[in-house]
Design a protein around this ligand. Structure first.
Ligand code: MF3
Ligand code: CO
Ligand code: CO
Length: 289
């Protein structure tokens, strides 16, 4: 279909195409001609969709704030699941993880050498020295918010604390590389180079993703990338930055008993922070963190 220049823009603004996204589309086409991967229109979030995701993120972040205020020695990961499940419901949301491809709980809790997708359990009691990732995803009115944070239990070994802090910094370095009309490869490269400089390795098989109208949308967001590769970051593209970073080797395996929990192959510690962002005309806006 050819969109007439005087017909309404595809973005739902109500403006004429020629006064709205025509030059934007021309620019994308130009990048595409030059060999770049570019997003389709359905990945470009409208202001209304962005507002919907922000409302979902309020719940997501309220859950993580609560976890931060109450986590500690003796807390079980099931307690965390109970908190997240209750707060999400009280605030009118739905936990996206519960029942997602069979995942049995409302949040992922990944301790020490667990890389991601840890399943909350009564049996997992947090102990002094543990580092734990809590990953929440909330749906509100069909819009998704997805973010995760690390928590340290009591006194933590210096190298474990450094890993947690460095991975936080890695995400900030990734964020600084988010600029419209640059590529996801630029962002991932910045994250990976920083992590390598600290002697860590970034997990290759699992990464970030587009998000907003669904849990996992295009694009796939890798950190083991070269500059000027992967999808073009155009204004309105919404995705997560969520590197999983191992103190040792990058290799991982999946728990054969539950088919979910991912561990480091060499039993080294792993840390992850996740933020959800939308690309803007000048850089990015944080949606959930
Ligand atoms: N929240 C995770 C992510 O950041 C996905 C968890 S899927 C689950 O993409 F099923 F394990 F919950
Ligand atoms: Co995610
Ligand atoms: Co997540």
């Amino acid at each position: 279909m050819i969109l007439g220049r005087n017909s309404q823009c595809w973005c739902g603004s109500g403006l004429k195409y020629k006064n709205c996204h025509e030059s934007f589309d021309e620019k994308i086409k130009d990048f595409k001609r030059r060999g770049y991967k570019v997003p389709e229109h359905d990945l470009i979030k409208t202001p209304e969709q962005i507002a919907g995701c922000k409302a979902a993120a309020k719940i997501n972040m309220a859950c993580l704030d609560y976890v931060g205020a109450h986590i500690g020695e003796g807390v079980t990961t099931q307690d965390i699941d109970d908190w997240v499940s209750r707060i999400t419901r009280e605030m009118g949301g739905i936990s996206a993880t519960l029942g997602y491809e069979g995942f049995p709980k409302s949040v992922c809790t990944s301790i020490n050498s667990q890389v991601c997708h840890g399943i909350p359990s009564e049996e997992d009691v947090l102990e002094e020295g543990d580092i734990v990732n809590v990953d929440c995803t909330t749906i509100l009115n069909g819009y998704y918010a997805d973010s995760s944070r690390m928590f340290m239990i009591g006194d933590v070994a210096p190298e474990a604390r450094e890993l947690v802090e460095d991975v936080h910094e890695a995400v900030n370095i990734g964020l600084a590389a988010v600029k419209p009309w640059k590529t996801l490869g630029d962002m991932g490269y910045a994250v990976n180079e920083f992590c390598k400089s600290k002697g860590y390795s970034v997990v290759r098989e699992i990464g970030g993703h587009g998000v907003g109208l669904d849990f996992h949308e295009e694009p796939w967001v890798s950190y083991v990338t070269e500059p000027n590769t992967e999808m073009l970051m155009v204004p309105g593209l919404m995705f997560t930055i969520e590197p999983m970073v191992n103190m040792g080797a990058a290799d991982i395996f999946i728990d054969a008993e539950n088919d979910w929990t991912v561990y480091t192959d060499d039993d080294s510690l792993s840390a992850q922070w996740e933020v959800q962002i939308v690309v803007t005309e000048s850089g990015y806006e944080l949606i959930s963190w």
